[in-house]
Design a protein around this ligand. Structure first.
Ligand code: ADP
Ligand code: TRP
Length: 330
């Protein structure tokens, strides 16, 4: 067990897919076996996009159920709902006062919204709410409230973690050492898993395989993976094949070596390769899916895990917030 504190938030905006699993969820579950981890469902961060409470609630359950079903070690990991800890809003309000407005103007997500508006010939701030504009301050509050050392994120979130570090620095300069300076950590497979069309698997490209897809849906999706037009007897390149790239993350070393040989030597059609991939992924995910389906019909069990997590998170959050309150207000 190391002394490092790992923290990450997952936004409840849709069903996680195989890319999220390989790039983010699997490494987090592994790391939580040996590191003190805070993992929360970032429902407040979803509010600037999702205005339907039933959707947020449903997606919150889905993510919590997936993490529990994947076997998250709930001794080392504190799993909770962001909005259950009121200190995060309080800290966010405090941090506003040391955060330069110019920093928010430089945020990639805000700039992307402005660029889109400009391209459509609209006012650059059209449709931009303060939730989107101040998103990085709330995220800094998440990170600093729990004394995080490392924040595993995808590449698109790296700037937000750097902002949290900047904001902690501004605060410490004015009020004395109060916050640790966190670091973003980007895992080796983050963002690298291809989707059905060969581009990065992503909700925004409509090319995903949902992690908890039922068996028949999983099979249908895998059969739809786009391949090149090589005939069965031709040798094929495993390293550019979506099928092989997915297989690598579910099979054993021996199985991976065997499929690589079959690709390179020819004699295996893509249809056969897809069947091998389906059988492998399905065998890994079936027990997880069963636990997930059970939890989704017993949400009181999820509520109790989240309530326990909130109680443990609150102990740290109240102590940090009290430190900040005293530093700022005397
Ligand atoms: P999406 O692109 O579907 O919206 P997110 O941006 O919400 O996915 O990603 C959440 C996490 O999952 C990040 O840590 C990210 O690195 C990881 N992730 C997302 N897509 C992939 C992918 N195709 N391959 C590997 N990791 C991914
Ligand atoms: N903004 C992150 C995302 O969109 C989710 C998130 C919210 C987060 N708070 C966080 C991630 C704190 C890491 C640390 O994916």
């Amino acid at each position: 067990m190391s002394d490092k504190i790992i923290l990450t938030g997952i936004k409840p905006t849709g069903q996680p897919h195989l890319g999220n699993y390989v790039g983010a969820l699997k490494p987090l579950i592994e790391s939580a076996k040996t590191n003190k981890t805070f993992m929360f469902i970032a429902d407040l961060h979803a509010l600037n996009i999702i205005h339907n409470p039933a959707d947020i609630k449903q997606h919150t359950y889905e993510i919590a159920a997936i993490l529990i079903a994947l076997g998250l070690d709930l001794n080392n990991a504190v799993l909770f709902r962001q909005s259950d800890i009121v200190e995060v809003y309080q800290l966010s309000t405090m941090l506003m006062n040391v955060t330069p407005k110019g920093l928010m103007n430089r945020a990639h997500s805000y700039k992307a919204a402005m660029d889109k508006n400009a391209a459509a010939g609209q006012d650059t701030d059209a449709g931009v709410n303060m939730g989107l504009y101040t998103y990085p301050v709330l995220m800094a509050a998440d990170i600093l409230l729990y004394n995080s050392d490392e924040v595993p994120v995808g590449a698109d979130q790296k700037q937000h973690v750097e902002f949290a570090r900047d904001i902690a620095g501004y605060f410490n300069n004015i009020y004395g050492p109060t916050f640790k300076l966190p670091n973003a950590v980007i895992g080796p497979d983050a963002g690298l898993i291809p989707g059905l069309d060969g581009r990065k698997m992503s909700k925004s490209y409509d090319n995903i395989i949902p992690l908890m897809a039922a068996e028949n849906e999983l099979k249908k999706k895998i059969m739809r993976i786009i391949t090149d037009s090589k005939m069965p007897d031709e040798p094929k390149d495993p390293d550019t094949s979506t099928i092989f790239q997915l297989y690598k993350h579910f099979a054993t070393d021996d199985e991976i070596a065997a499929l690589r040989d079959q690709f390179l030597s020819g004699g295996m059609g893509y249809g056969t390769a897809k069947n091998i991939l389906f059988e492998k992924i399905n065998s890994v995910l079936t027990p997880i899916r069963e636990r997930y389906n059970y939890l989704m019909t017993h949400t009181d069990e999820i509520d109790s895990v989240l309530a326990d997590g909130a109680a443990r998170a609150r102990v740290v959050a109240t102590a940090t917030y009290e430190r900040v309150r005293r530093a700022m207000l005397g």
